[in-house]
Every structure is written in C-alpha cells, then in structure tokens.
Write a protein that binds this ligand. Structure first.
Ligand SMILES: [Zn+2]
Length: 422
C-alpha cells in the first residue's frame, strides 16, 4: 500500500469552501462583507446539500439519506464486515454566518477522500463522510438535532413535530427540500468518529497554536428567569418601599461574576444575555424583568455546585429586594469528554507534522459530542483570524489554518481505518 500521502490539497479544499459559501450568500450591512445564511432545511440548505451530495457521488461514494435527513457517504474498505471510521459535521448555518463553521469538517473530509482516491489508497475499514441536519438549532430551536436523533438522545417523533417561527413543521420542510430519506435514523455505531471544526474562539490564535486537540465539550445550563417586583413612580416611591425587579436582576448578574472570582467553580463561564425590564420606562420602577442565565462548565460536578448556589442566592435576593423569582430550565447538557486514546493520536499526528498543538475544551456544542455517547469520538480545532470570531461574516481561517487541521485528521483517519481494533 502506498504510504506517501501525508497532505491533502489545500487549494482544492479552499475552493470547495468558497463554492459552498456562495449558496445563501448575502451582503452583510454591519460588516460590509459577504455573509452566508443557509438555515436548516431552507431552500438554500437544500441547494447546499445537493452540491455536496453531487461531490460525494463524483468521488464514487455510496450515498444514503436517513429519515431525519442526515446524509452518509461511504467509501468501501477491503473488509466490508468491519465498522467504518466516520468523519462528519454540518453544513447548515446561523443567519449571519461565514464559510467555515461546520463546512470545514464536511468538505475537509471530502478532500481527504479525494486525496485517498487520487493516491489510490485503500483502507481496511470503510470510511464514511456525514453531514447532519440542523446542527445550529437556529430555526427549529434544538441544536445538534440530526446527530442527536442518529445517536438516540432524541426521538424521530420529537424532531418531526418541531416547528419554526412560521409554524412550518420540520418533517414537511425535510420533504420539501427532498431530503426526507428512508434509511433508519439510528446510526450503527462507527469504529470511531472524528470532526474537524473552526475553534470559534480566541485561544489558539492568541497563542499562535496551529492545532487544537479538543478534550471535550463543556456542560451547558440555560435558565429563563421572570423576576416580579412592584412597579412604582420613580419620584414618589420611597427607596425603602421598593421591590425593584431591575435591581434584583443586576444583583444576580453581578453574583455570577463574584462566583467566578472565588475560583470555587473551576473554569465556569456565565452570561446574563437577556435582561428586559417592564415597562422599561425612564421614570418607572421596573415591576418585572425577564432575563436569561447561561452557565458553562467543563466539570459536571462544578456545574451542579454553581446551579445549587445560584438557586440559594435567588432566595436571598427574594428576601432582600422583596421580589419573586421564577425560573425554569430551558436547556441542560452534560460535559462530554472525548476519547483520550484518540486525543493521543491527534497529538502524535500534529507532532509528526511539526505543528504546534494544545489541549482545548469546546465552548460550543458539536455533532461529535452526540457520537461520543455511542463510539470513541474526538475533534480537531483550527484557529480563526480576528480572535476566532464565528457566527459572523468575519469568520475567517486561512488555507493553511484549515489544511493543518485536516492533514492531522487525515493521518489519524488512516491509522484508525487500517486497524482491526482500537
Ligand atoms: Zn458548527
């Protein structure tokens, strides 16, 4: 077997990213740049999917579509009875995206297959390239939807009934764009799952590191808060008789910062991203505030501790500010560690290629975390310019930044696809 293949064709990968990025393009007023809007199951998503499926077929891959619209493309191995090594990500986007988020993982995987074909390299195991439905969750409200259904965390019925803002049902939208497949939505656990993705953060670029070895995905907890106080005249209501919902919200927001400063919650991140006072007027004490809390933590235990302590603080605020705090959990996912053996292989591959690397926790959710529940899974991060900004038309990784990550993936894939056991 030829073993000379150590690099993919970087220009060809970049051209493919460009071409897919033309579908759903729009002129972004804020940045003056061309952005991408390819919302899940929109007409643009359908067009993007058809482009990528066309490329899969050109490469001689056997394409199948499952009942949630996930697309799998298989390159045969010498042993059809062995489970495939799967490479995948997503090609749907947020409304204000760049060209790289998700697409790099899918098109990078296809470039790997193209390079294998070109060098006539066979593998023992089959190799599959996949893209998953509605990873972003922007349109139907549930992220990692397709991979979560494939790996069994969410049911097909739950997914089918999801509706977008206009009341359009997910199943109907799948059918409309021609991607309501008939393959079983439960994926057979692959031998291993690998995903390459842009970092979407500043750590790698700030340290000048070329490859991020993702240790896992942090736990996420979302709360929606309704704080009810008493509305009153700003001039006529004495300070000691107030129940100011706005002050209560601010106390909680500042408490989050104080909690982080104590160091008792590890690498916790906390954000009060929405805070809407009612009636929201200059001379009225806010009688109600609607707010959100977003907590992230790589440790499940420390996440639990922060939630417990925060709820205790709500009690305190209720007494101190004479308000009522109602809260409900709107999302909760556990921290998912990635396979340490796969991480070791990624490190070794980066070192052999002379690339600097660093262990990094994923700040956002990814399809690979769903696969971590059913098989060994791992991720490689590529740095992005402009502090790794993402979900924005300024999202930008250079051809080298992209191909470094994909080359590491190529080497790990070749090892895994040629082994009988992990
Ligand atoms: Zn993504």
């Amino acid at each position: 077997m030829p073993d000379s293949l150590t690099r993919i064709n970087s220009d060809r990968l970049y051209a493919a990213l460009d071409q897919l990025g033309q579908i759903g393009r729009y002129q972004d007023e804020e940045t003056g740049l061309q952005g991408v809007c390819r919302l899940a199951l929109s007409a643009e998503d359908g067009e993007g999917r058809r482009l990528v499926v066309g490329w899969m077929k050109e490469l001689g891959l056997e394409v199948r579509v499952d009942r949630i619209g996930n697309v799998y493309a298989r390159r045969a191995g010498r042993r059809a009875d062995l489970k495939p090594v799967m490479l995948g990500s997503h090609i749907d986007s947020v409304p204000t995206a760049g060209r790289f988020d998700g697409c790099l993982g899918v098109l990078g995987a296809l470039e790997i297959v193209r390079s294998l074909n070109e060098h006539k390299i066979e593998t023992l195991r089959p190799v599959e390239v996949a893209f998953f439905t509605d990873e972003e969750g922007c349109r139907f409200g549930t992220d990692m939807l397709g991979s979560a259904v494939a790996c069994g965390r969410l049911s097909l019925d739950y997914a089918y009934e999801l509706k977008d803002r206009d009341g359009l049902r997910l199943r109907d939208e799948l059918e409309k764009i021609g991607f309501l497949g008939d393959c079983d939505e439960h994926v057979t656990p692959p031998h291993a799952f690998l995903e390459c993705h842009v970092e979407q953060g500043p750590m790698l670029i700030q340290k000048g590191v070329e490859v991020g070895v993702v240790s896992g995905v942090q736990s996420i907890s979302w709360q929606a808060l309704t704080i009810v106080g008493k509305s009153g005249h700003a001039g006529a209501t004495p300070m000691d008789l107030r129940a100011d919902a706005g002050v209560a919200a601010s106390m909680i927001n500042l408490k989050l910062r104080e909690m982080i400063a104590t160091g008792h919650y590890g690498e916790m991140r906390a954000t009060m991203g929405a805070m809407t006072p009612h009636p929201g007027l200059v001379n009225i004490v806010p009688g109600k505030v609607e707010a959100t809390v977003d907590l992230r933590n790589p440790s499940n235990e420390l996440m639990q501790r922060s939630e417990t302590d925060l709820l205790a603080f709500y009690e305190e605020v209720q007494k101190r500010e004479k308000v009522e705090i109602r809260w409900r959990q709107t999302a909760r996912t556990p921290a998912v560690p990635f396979s340490s053996r796969l991480q070791e292989r990624i490190v070794a591959a980066a070192e052999r290629a002379g690339l600097s690397h660093q262990s990094i926790i994923a700040g956002a959710g990814h399809d690979a975390q769903e696969f971590a529940a059913i098989c060994p899974a791992a991720m490689v991060f590529c740095p992005g310019e402009y502090d790794g900004i993402s979900h924005n038309p300024r999202e930008f990784s250079t051809p080298k930044q992209c191909s470094d990550g994909i080359n590491v993936l190529l080497e790990v894939l070749l090892q895994l696809a040629n082994q009988e056991d992990l």
